[in-house]
Design a protein around this ligand. Structure first.
Ligand code: GDP
Length: 365
């Protein structure tokens, strides 16, 4: 399963957010495949399309797709030099696919700030610098090995050295590896090193409870938004405190509370959707009377590959897929009506599955 690591300086609200995540966690009985560890929270990805399909099909069971968050504690200034839980922190974060970077934007004199004042831009720079320094170490270690190969006129070694130096130059200029433009071959070389600053990242701005229906009132948040835009990163505003309160409510109570607060969506749901989005993840559906279910796939996957997500047999024996887009299903209101309107497509092995496709796989066993 794909997972985003939650990072940030101490006392910015990470644990509060992570508690909200674990309390909102899926029921293990519904997701027997999910291994739930203490520092991992598995949440459902909210999707109005699932709700609409349930309305149309009225299945016995509904299964949303899931996303994992890993709590990465211990990132402090100097972590890349092994301070605090430095090394452990770095190996935990290496295993994640994306980074949720929590920054403190709320003012509260009762909550001490490790750097003495609320200044999210400074905080972001501290964390990002640690990540950059850790990557720089990785690159330098690798370079020392590859240099010998390059000297021996080994073609692969020469190519790798060139890429490493390109990334190193960016890191030395305090820019993340993701800011370096790499072609396909170069990307393939870099991929193996599990660089932290190559992972996609979003900022999660933790703002005050009284600000969530108008985050732009918070000047810290506005600065984070500006910075994020300049880096091409997404930013989501939440109040970790409110998320904690929301996480113990049932669906109806939650909706009432959100209405009271004057917001449509919880911050956690925004974080989940933004995380899903930053990994370029898409969703296809299977919809029958037994079960309506959402499945996660990566943009660009073919129909047989998508079938393989359900079961490898489906991929091996793949014949074709019968497909209706969610939009058509929504418009026509039933599978039969969509069919009658000629909206059911028969797709073969080369078909690139589209976000929102409702799939019915035909396969040989
Ligand atoms: P962590 O060290 O980043 O995990 O931070 P915590 O989640 O433990 O939060 C540190 C302190 O800040 C705790 O006392 C929280 O109750 C408080 N806190 C977290 N989020 C908010 C918030 O949105 N508003 C206020 N006022 N306090 C918060």
């Amino acid at each position: 399963a794909l997972t985003a690591g939650i990072v940030g300086l101490p006392n910015v609200g990470k644990s509060t957010l992570f508690n909200a995540i674990t309390k909102s966690q899926v029921e293990a009985a519904n997701y027997p495949f999910a291994t739930i560890e203490p520092n991992v929270g598995v949440v459902e990805v909210p999707d109005y399309r699932v709700d609409r399909l349930v309305e149309i099909v009225v299945p016995k069971k509904t299964i949303y797709t899931t996303f994992e968050f890993t709590d990465i504690a211990g990132l402090v200034k100097g972590a890349s030099k092994g301070e605090g839980l430095g090394n452990q922190f770095l190996s935990n974060i290496r295993l994640t696919d994306a980074i949720c970077h929590v920054v403190r934007c709320f003012e509260d004199n009762d909550v001490t700030h490790v750097e003495g004042s609320v200044d999210p831009i400074r905080d972001i720079e501290i964390i990002n610098l640690e990540l950059i320094l850790a990557d720089l170490q990785t690159i330098e270690n690798r370079l020392s090995k590859v240099e010998r190969k390059a000297k021996a006129k080994d073609a692969e070694g020469i190519a790798e050295k060139a890429v490493l130096e390109k990334v190193k130059a960016a890191l030395e200029a305090e820019k993340p590896a993701r800011s370096v433009e790499l072609n396909k071959e170069e990307s393939a070389v870099v991929k193996g090193f599990q660089l932290l600053t190559l992972k996609p990242m979003i900022y999660v701005a933790n703002i005050g409870e009284d600000e969530i229906n108008n985050p732009d009132k918070n000047e810290h948040y506005c600065k984070v938004k500006e910075l994020a835009a300049s880096e091409n990163n997404d930013v989501v505003s939440i109040s970790a405190k409110i998320e904690e309160e929301l996480s113990v409510l049932d669906k109806e109570e939650k909706e009432m509370f959100l209405a009271e607060l004057g917001i449509e969506e919880s911050g956690l749901d925004k974080v989940i959707r933004a995380s899903y989005h930053m990994l370029d993840l898409c969703t296809y559906f299977t919809a029958g009377e037994v079960e309506v279910r959402a499945w996660t796939f990566r943009k660009g996957m073919t129909a047989p590959q998508c079938a393989g997500i359900i079961h490898t047999d489906f991929q091996r024996g793949f014949i074709r897929a019968e497909t209706i887009s969610f939009e058509d299903m929504d418009t026509y209101g039933s599978e039969q009506a969509a069919k009658d309107a000629g909206k059911l497509r028969s797709e073969g092995k080369e078909y690139i599955v589209q976000d929102g496709d409702i799939m019915h796989f035909r396969f040989n066993v």
